[in-house]
Design a protein around this ligand. Structure first.
Ligand code: PEP
Length: 254
């Protein structure tokens, strides 16, 4: 399966950072075997797509409604209209700060997929879930409740342990393998054979120094990268590690 390396710029980036978007898009052309994308702040999407035509630019959230009285929110149609081809949904920073429920995340994923956007749907456990031995149970329940009803080739799931985001800490490779295998099982339970084709990304403190070992873990089909996606100098070695990693076929049942 072709790997996907997506950057999440969060609330970083103004017009002067479009040079970095361009540097990443240009350098990504050398890695045809990897899908690369950048999810930038909504207000930068249109300018980014004009700066790098054909390079996938995404949003970081989408509303589940088509339109209406939702001050400050952005619909799937608006993202498409600005030139976006994908969006993140259910990032833990939104689940936490905006109190987004699994049901809301599912509705957002379905709205985006139905409109024609690719979706990266995030799940992940807290530090205390991991500490109390409940990580697998918590993430599986989150996935079960937030996965859209129908799988399409446009869906990816990102496993992002909350305690690993922006902290420099990552789970052991065994913990990543265990969680990704469980997510694969959940995807197969939800979508039968089509569940083998859904990419499962790892996210949380991915850096040039740890990317290769993470990409070698079974069922890791790419990465969602925060801090290290802001600069081409940090991001491109991660893309290169994805390109150098073994390309697995569709996944066997875990
Ligand atoms: C993220 O927030 O999606 C993320 C993975 O952040 P970082 O890479 O900075 O840990």
């Amino acid at each position: 399966m072709k790997k996907l390396v997506a950057g999440n710029w969060k609330m970083h980036g103004v017009a002067s950072d479009l040079a970095e978007v361009k540097a990443i898009a240009d350098a990504s052309r050398e890695y045809r075997g990897v899908d690369v994308a950048l999810c930038v702040p909504a207000i930068l999407i249109e300018r980014a797509t004009r700066a790098v035509p054909g390079f996938p630019i995404g949003g970081q959230d989408v509303h589940f409604a088509e339109k209406g009285a939702h001050t400050g929110c952005i619909s799937a149609r608006m993202l498409l209209d600005a030139g976006a081809t994908l969006t993140i949904v259910g990032h833990s920073e939104r689940r936490e700060a905006q109190r987004e429920s699994d049901e809301e995340v599912k509705a957002k994923a379905e709205a985006a997929l139905n409109a024609g956007l690719a979706v990266i749907l995030c799940v992940g456990e807290s530090d205390s879930d991991r500490g109390s031995g409940r990580a697998l149970e918590v993430v599986d329940r989150q996935a079960e409740r937030s996965l859209p009803d129908a799988a399409t080739g446009q869906l990816a799931v990102a496993y992002e342990p909350i305690w690993a985001i922006g902290t420099g800490k990552i789970p052991t490779l065994e913990q990543i393998a265990e969680m990704h295998a469980a997510l694969r099982q959940r995807l197969i339970a939800a979508y039968a054979d089509a569940g083998r084709e859904v990419r499962i990304l790892y996210g949380g403190s991915v850096k040039p120094s740890n990317a290769a070992e993470i990409f070698a873990v079974p069922n890791v089909d790419g990465a969602l990268v925060g801090g290290a996606s802001l600069k081409a100098a940090d991001f491109m070695p991660i893309v290169a590690a994805a390109a150098a990693s073994k390309v697995e076929g569709s996944h066997e049942a875990a």
